[in-house]
Design a protein around this ligand. Structure first.
Ligand code: IMP
Length: 196
């Protein structure tokens, strides 16, 4: 069985990845489970660059193939902001609720309200090989937060087709159409080919 490490401390991300890669016979550990405490600075200007920075650092520190993801919300009327700065929007230390309030305020009177979530996944192998995949989910910025599930910008990410925000969907419903779900499915297909 091929062993991988996920460049993250997030158990939910690990579970999501494990369920999508279950059929490939790969074993995945969290970097924290391997005692790796590194937190490389995300200095990239794209999601793909940041996921590469994280995957490469963890691959070099562990000697194992390392998978990293990077994601965020891009709002058209704000020229793609918060984008790669989604986690740091408004400065360090703001809660998700505070970030959502700030974004709704920035969108006051703005049009259009179209936006998308983007996710990039990179896997770095010790032999120098690199696999990448991307996923996207289109929506609009809601006029007010709705729903209690999920995290981050979920309560203000509105899906016009479903008339619901991400925070009003079950985890399964969200995974089926989310940027991360789409990126993970694309990644699983590429990894399956690579391992053949
Ligand atoms: P990271 O790639 O896990 O570091 O996520 C970056 C930031 O983007 C998070 O802190 C969230 O604010 C936001 N984000 C990424 N994916 C989602 C999502 O599925 N729902 C809501 N917010 C998200």
């Amino acid at each position: 069985m091929t062993k991988f490490v996920l460049a993250s401390h997030n158990k939910k991300k690990l579970a999501e990845l494990q369920s999508i890669l279950a059929d490939l016979g790969v074993e995945i550990a969290l970097q924290s489970d391997l005692g790796l405490d590194l937190e490389p600075e995300e200095t990239g200007t794209t999601f793909a660059e940041n996921s590469l920075i994280k995957a490469k650092a963890v691959m070099e520190a562990s000697g194992l193939p390392a998978i990293a993801d990077d994601s965020g919300l891009c709002v058209d009327a704000l020229n793609g902001a918060p984008g790669v700065y989604s986690a740091r929007y408004g400065g360090p230390g703001l809660t998700d609720t505070e970030k959502n309030t700030l974004l709704l305020r920035a969108m006051n009177g703005q049009s259009p309200r179209s936006c998308h979530f983007a996710c990039a996944i990179t896997c770095c192998f010790p032999n120098g090989d690199v696999l990448t995949a991307e996923g996207r989910c289109n929506g609009t910025v809601a006029f007010a937060p709705m729903g209690t599930d999920g995290f981050g910008y979920d309560p203000i990410f509105f899906l016009p087709g479903l008339k619901k925000t991400f925070a009003q969907l079950s985890p399964q419903e969200k995974n089926a159409l989310s940027h991360r779900g789409n990126a993970l499915r694309a990644f699983a297909a590429k990894l399956e080919d690579y391992l053949k």
